[in-house]
Design a protein around this ligand. Sequence first.
Ligand code: DC
Length: 222
Amino acid sequence: MKVINVAIDGPAGAGKSTIAKMLAKKLNFVYIDTGAMYRAITYKALKLNINLGDESQYQFLDSTNIQLTEDDRVLIDGEDVTKEIRERDVTNHVSAVSSLKIVREKLVNLQREMAKKTNVIMDGRDIGSHVLTDAQVKIYLTASVDERAKRRYLELLQTKAKSEVDYDKLKEEINRRDYLDSNRELNPLKQAEDALLVDTSNYSIDEVINKLSEIILGRVNI
Ligand code: DC
């Protein structure tokens, strides 16, 4: 039986992970968070204290093992880094690490292998345009910068005090990451020609999930 691949791309904070994860549960697909994979490599590179911009210092990739578990945890070489990879230090360096050819080659190969075996919903930046160009469904999920910063702000307020969270700074970081992800040389963030554009600015998560599952079920036989 042919496996079904759904690609969801879009900028930071558009709600991709939340939506892709819930959609995968609803449709009984495996969810693959490729951003988490780039974050895990960034975590390890920071821990090894290498010069992040120097490709020759990434030989450690050969012996690095990344696992995404069924309960959405992220392990690198067996270490659970689910929480650590969301921290600021990793977030602020992940664009630089993910722009390197050596890193992208390793992770893109891994992602393609994962998608061959089972029905997946894979989210990232270059899934529809590069990793899974044959995906049966491609979605480009976006939202305005203000809306994305607001969502991130509210999310952070759940675990931090108001005085620790700076909305303007969050917006600036989102703008910076959009710029770096869209302007890097290798497989930048872009909407694949055959991807459907979905702007989530004015919709709730449930509304987006219903819309996307309708689109997916309309395209493939499950
Ligand atoms: O989705 P995220 O914010 O967790 O992704 C973290 C970074 O990883 C993002 O800034 C760019 C990079 N990334 C990428 O280059 N290609 C992907 N397919 C997914 C993420």
